[in-house]
Design a binder for this molecule. Structure first.
Ligand SMILES: Cc1cc2nc3c(=O)[nH]c(=O)nc-3n(C[C@H](O)[C@H](O)[C@H](O)COP(=O)(O)O)c2cc1C
Length: 408
């Protein structure tokens, strides 16, 4: 995600909420990722966090007053309204949301929000009753209709002692939403991307399982890329180290059979299916319900082949649906992937090398090839998984079948 923020100008509006201190961590993560972050504190925000903290973290002078002598020419609101790539209001008070919805311009932030045409992302934080109040809900709905982005709030125990929605959502979720807002890509708007991700754990008994090394990192990258392109995304995930992005619907399915059940249920509503999970090839048909005792004799397990989920989708999907698979290989990559592409009747297969220290399960990068039924295999350089996901959707949208998916 870091490359999404490189050299981007992000105006970080911090308003009067107890969660304002969390803006410091957010600013720090954005700066680390290469963004130029201009902090803006409303009068409410100044009660909760000091300008010096945000200035120290961002290396930029904080904007706190509309009429302060212009030591920094950027304080002139129009200049920054034009130069910003993103306005991120985190935490966003009920007040700033209401003012934005109704076009009030009584301080620097609300004035500049009217002047900018950059994407605007609000991360609301407030008492549950304030959040649920019809006035706040109507204001949020109005801003969404105008194209503003929202992330959160999270639910849980609030500083005011209540329990419910109103917590500032966690920093990783805000960063994901910021990367989506910055991209401003609508190439999959209105489309449903269904994805499997992660590993499978096939039980041997109630405490042991057969598993594999899939981390879920590739699935995470594919899901986030689909979100950035405006898709509705459902991730059917097995156990993994990296949870899917916040903006997706998550369905947990730990075994190949439960994963197939979930895919079968959801496939009719999908436009694009991507099989990125490392589905277990075998399972124990009826694992014992009690823990098996150890003894000194060899243990023999009888393994039954699991259903092939990608093949099931490839062979049963409707004509307008796109089916994409992954072939994790350690050798003869193209030969194995070509066979899978044909047997499973897929539109595209990503052959990936899972044998290297820099490519495979758990790595940040991947070495891959795109294979389609009609064209020469496309050889890709070693890529960050996020870049591979970006190229994958560009390739999917160039498939002959994509015309039907994206026009319909
Ligand atoms: C201790 C305290 C905590 C507050 N927390 C919040 C909050 O989390 N969210 C919110 O919308 N307002 C909160 N408020 C009220 C706002 O600070 C108040 O509405 C203020 O006018 C917001 O101004 P601003 O939007 O310009 O920052 C809190 C007030 C106090 C005194």
């Amino acid at each position: 995600m870091a490359r999404d923020f490189k050299d981007k100008v992000i105006v970080l509006g911090v308003t009067g909420s107890v969660a304002a201190y969390k803006a410091c961590e957010l600013a720090s993560r954005l700066v680390e990722a290469g963004a130029e972050v201009i902090p803006v504190l409303t009068s409410g925000g100044r009660e909760f966090v000091g300008a010096a903290s945000l200035e120290g973290i961002t290396g930029q002078r904080a904007i706190t007053d509309m009429f302060e002598p212009a030591q920094n020419p950027e304080i002139e609101h129009i200049a920054l309204a034009r130069r910003a790539d993103l306005f991120l209001i985190a935490p966003a008070s009920a007040n700033v949301i209401a003012k934005s919805a109704h076009g009030l311009a009584d301080d620097w932030l609300s004035t500049t929000l009217l002047a900018t045409r950059a994407p605007v992302l609000y991360a609301p934080a407030m008492n549950t009753k304030m959040y649920q109040h019809p006035a706040t809900q109507d204001n949020i709905a109005l801003l969404k209709r105008r194209g503003c982005h929202f992330v959160g709030p999270g639910s849980g125990a609030l500083a005011c002692g209540e329990f419910g929605p109103g917590r500032l959502i966690d920093t990783p979720a805000i960063l994901e939403a910021a990367s989506i807002a910055l991209r401003n890509d609508h190439s999959l708007e209105g489309k449903h991307v269904l994805l499997t991700s992660g590993a499978n754990h096939e039980p041997i008994d109630p405490v042991r399982f057969i598993g594999n090394r899939s981390s879920g990192k590739m699935g995470y990258a594919i899901a986030l890329e689909a979100l950035k392109r405006g898709a509705q995304v459902t991730v059917i995930t097995g156990p993994c180290d990296v949870a899917p992005p916040f903006g997706v619907t998550i369905i947990q399915a730990d075994t190949a059979v439960t994963m197939l059940d979930a895919v079968t249920d959801l496939l009719p509503s999908a436009d694009i299916f991507v099989a990125a999970a490392a589905v277990a090839d075998y399972r124990i048909e009826n694992p014992p319900t009690k823990k098996q005792k150890r003894d000194d004799q060899p243990l023999r397990l009888e393994l039954t082949p699991n259903p092939d989920i990608a093949a099931h989708v490839g062979l049963t999907r409707a004509a307008h649906q796109i089916a994409v698979g992954f072939a994790a290989e350690t050798h003869d990559f193209l030969e194995h992937a070509q066979r899978k592409l044909q047997e499973k009747q897929l539109d595209l297969i990503v052959a990936n090398d899972v044998s290297g220290a820099d490519s495979g399960f758990g790595t940040e990068t991947s070495r891959a090839w795109f294979l389609t039924p009609d064209e020469e295999a496309e050889v890709l350089p070693l890529l960050a998984k996020s870049e591979l996901a970006e190229r994958l959707f560009t390739r999917i949208l160039a498939l002959p079948r994509a015309a039907a998916v994206c026009d319909g």
